[in-house]
Design a protein around this ligand. Structure first.
Ligand code: KIV
Length: 289
């Protein structure tokens, strides 16, 4: 996409229409200006500044430590790179757990100062009142249920959810509650495809799957998984489209080797005096010789 081309901006009403038309949406995370720009130019529909940034770009063990300010810092960089996609910011752990006022304050800050067009938060029925409150204050909300990484301690790790009849029923009730509360989309993470399919058929709002099979209205992945810029094994649902890890590692080690061997920089990569000054110093050097 040419930067000067007119773009057809992705909007929330547009996303809801896409579900009615049966169009699938592609969503990715981004955490900085260059990757946001590339993801947007690739035509991805929704860009999420996810709290996964804690693990993939800040090196934390989980998303629990991510702060409101860290999300805001990355959100502003991403905002500068995005023109077409809908930009969503994650509410980090702790920002909506201590009270509705605080949640509202952070969400307003992400819209006003960070340029987000919506916020995402984790949890189903227990978040109904909060989602209603945010929506009432003109803040579009994306829900997130199933395997919710901010509940990693309570869940006992990254475990697929909804594998028993009882837990599938709980997730179904959560999905309905999030829609009823006014969310415009719902992330379904780490649940069996059969359950994701039932939820997708039941809801009017689009479902966005991650590890939830192909029957969702949309898919989302963490950018660094897609481009292969991670350490350690990937989850079963990740499809890697590039090996950025190897590309970057090789580029850095070739650079280091060129410097060590005096091959970088070359004469062409150096600035030069103008000819008159060079001649002056050459004459001076031969006079002194
Ligand atoms: O934080 C994140 O990146 C997410 C998505 C993977 C859904 O929550």
């Amino acid at each position: 996409m040419d930067r000067n081309e007119a773009v057809s901006k992705i909007t929330i009403p547009g996303i809801l229409e896409r579900k009615l038309r049966g169009d699938r949406l592609a969503c990715l995370t981004a955490y900085d200006y260059p990757t946001a720009r590339l993801v947007d130019e690739a035509g991805v529909d929704i860009i999420l500044v996810g709290d996964s940034l804690g693990e993939v770009v800040l090196g934390y063990d989980s998303t629990i430590s991510v702060t409101v300010d860290e999300i805001l810092h990355h959100l502003r960089a991403v905002r500068r790179g995005v023109r077409r996609a809908l930009l969503v910011a994650d509410l980090p752990y702790g920002s909506y757990h201590v009270g509705r006022e605080e949640a509202l304050r952070v969400a307003v800050q992400y819209l006003k100062e960070g340029g987000a067009e919506a916020v995402k938060l984790e949890g189903g029925r227990k978040r109904s009142a909060l989602i209603r409150c945010l929506v009432r204050e003109e803040i579009p909300v994306m829900g997130h249920i199933g395997l919710t990484p901010q509940s990693i301690h309570a869940l006992g790790g990254h475990r697929v959810q909804g594998r028993t009849l009882e837990s599938a029923g709980e997730i179904l009730a959560d999905a309905q509650a999030v829609e009823d509360a006014g969310a415009f989309a719902l992330v379904l993470e780490g649940i069996p495809r059969e359950l994701a399919g039932i939820i997708t058929r039941r809801l009017r709002i689009p479902t966005i799957g991650i590890g939830a099979g192909p029957d969702c209205d949309a898919q989302i992945l963490v950018l660094h998984d897609v481009i292969g810029l991670t350490f350690g094994p990937a989850a079963k649902f990740v499809r890697r489209y590039a090996d950025a890890h190897e590309v970057l590692r090789t580029a850095c080690s070739r650079y280091r080797e060129d410097v060590a061997l005096g091959r970088y920089p070359s004469d062409q990569e150096s600035y030069h005096w103008p000819a008159s000054l060079r001649e002056h110093f050459e004459k001076e050097a031969s006079r002194l010789a």
